[in-house]
Design a binder for this molecule. Structure first.
Ligand code: 13P
Length: 297
């Protein structure tokens, strides 16, 4: 007997037919379908170091981390240090699976743009991911969604993966405008890309009120926003993009709350600031599957 997929066309003793799989309750089928889709999205634990560390500390971190997580293979691990450390960090992580990403990029290839760094430059020093549109870029440096769109395009053109950040401010959430803000940011940031290009992106949902404040969105709040983003991707692109694109949560993620967040069906990883700065806590985030549930501690 050769099965192609449960509930689909099957070949039984040489005869083709439709096999009806009986599910005990209506939610079981939905759950299995969600699990199947989720398995297509490899969990990503990413550290955004923001403007922290000096070179010696970066290299010590890398040496220690790669030893400690040598056995981890089911989670993709990424570190996004400040620009000067990208080259040294990627060299020191060459013999590990840990990837290196940048925190920002400028969309032009080269030229008279003092202080800016192009996607080609990032690629040439070993970057595989680039964060674009982080809320600190949007709110401190005034990056608009149109600029985020150009940056995303530049990252894709250099065969790296953009992590497109979106998220509402506290007053926007209180005014019940979260979905409107997410729709505006995602629609503009991904404008003009086709579904093949969209499939190469990662989205990070980072509610501004949860970043660096110690206030995490509850796992359900985060999952609701992720669910909304997923359906928006279906509307803007297609079902494949909706099912396959990874959506990370960011905002006061720490070893104590990571497992609960990662249990949610639409949360595919985390983008972590403060708690990614020490090897101890970053390792715990990466090993979120091993965390013991609080009630059994
Ligand atoms: P914190 O984890 O420090 O809240 O920062 C989140 C963030 O901005 C990651 O990009």
């Amino acid at each position: 007997m050769h099965k192609r997929a449960h509930g689909q066309i099957t070949v039984i003793d040489g005869k083709q037919g439709i096999e009806m799989v009986k599910f005990k309750d209506p939610f079981e089928k939905l759950e299995r379908e969600n699990e199947r889709k989720r398995a297509m999205r490899r969990p990503l634990v990413a550290g955004n170091w923001k403007m922290n560390k000096v070179l010696t500390a970066v290299l010590e971190f890398a040496l220690d981390l790669k030893k400690r997580i040598a056995d981890v293979s089911d989670v993709e691990v990424l570190i996004c240090p400040p620009f000067p450390f990208l080259g040294p960090l990627s060299r020191s992580l060459e013999d590990s699976t840990v990837k290196v990403g940048a925190q920002d990029v400028y969309w032009e290839e080269n030229g008279a743009f003092t202080g800016s760094v192009s996607a080609q430059m990032l690629d040439s020093v070993g970057c595989s991911y680039v964060i674009v549109g982080h809320s600190e870029r949007r709110h401190i440096f005034g990056d608009s969604s149109e600029e985020v769109n150009k940056k995303t395009g530049a990252v894709l053109a250099s065969y790296m993966i953009p992590i497109v950040c979106v998220g509402e401010k506290l007053e926007e959430r209180e005014e019940m405008r979260t979905e409107e803000v997410l729709r505006e940011q995602i629609t503009h940031s991904l404008a003009g890309f086709n579904s093949q290009e969209a499939l190469k992106c990662v989205i990070a949902y980072e509610p501004v009120w949860a970043i660096g404040t110690g206030k995490t969105a509850t796992a359900h709040q985060a999952n609701d926003a992720h669910g909304f983003i997923r359906e928006l991707l279906r509307e803007l692109f297609n079902g494949e993009v909706c099912d396959r694109m990874r959506i990370l949560y960011g905002g006061s993620v720490k070893p104590e709350n990571v497992a609960e967040l990662m249990r949610e069906p639409d949360i595919d990883g985390v983008l972590v600031g403060g708690a990614s700065l020490t090897v101890d806590s970053f390792e715990k985030l990466i090993r979120y599957k091993e965390a013991v549930a609080p009630e059994t501690q």
